[in-house]
Design a protein around this ligand. Sequence first.
Ligand SMILES: [Zn+2]
Length: 177
Amino acid sequence: MNYCTQCGAKVVLRIPEGDSHPRHVCPQCGEIHYLNPKLVIGCIAEWEDRILLCRRAIEPGYGLWTLPAGFMENGESTAQAAMRETGEEACARVAIEQLFALVSIPHINQVHLFYRARLLNADFGAGEESLETMLFDEHQIPWDKVAFRSSIFCLEAYFMDRRSGAFGFHESTLPPP
Ligand SMILES: [Zn+2]
């Protein structure tokens, strides 16, 4: 960040009084600009034991497969974000079942949340940000063509739980690659 979004003055990086982290502080209007992690929220959407994946039409990960997910918007709940993203990327309607995985990714300042969800019908397709969407059995998952480590973590945990007969909650922190 270079300029204050309140008054346009050039910001400086310093630790405000009583704080512990360096912040972008505006020397003109005094505004302290806090930067915090972003939430990325998505679904493991099931239909008859198969999982919905989207092949990305945008970077990062163009051409690779991923769980439908995206940045949470202001004014929505986490479950609403998961349903909205699944609608936007896979034109699919889902019922949320259970919060399934939380993945912290400190080096890119993101937290990824995934819900287990059920497709309401088999009516889905590629949204604006997808090249194609498809249902996969476990043995069909293109593991070497999955875009994000959080998706891989989530899918592995999902299939592990499914084999064990009970779904739990899974948490992980991803180190830098
Ligand atoms: Zn300012």
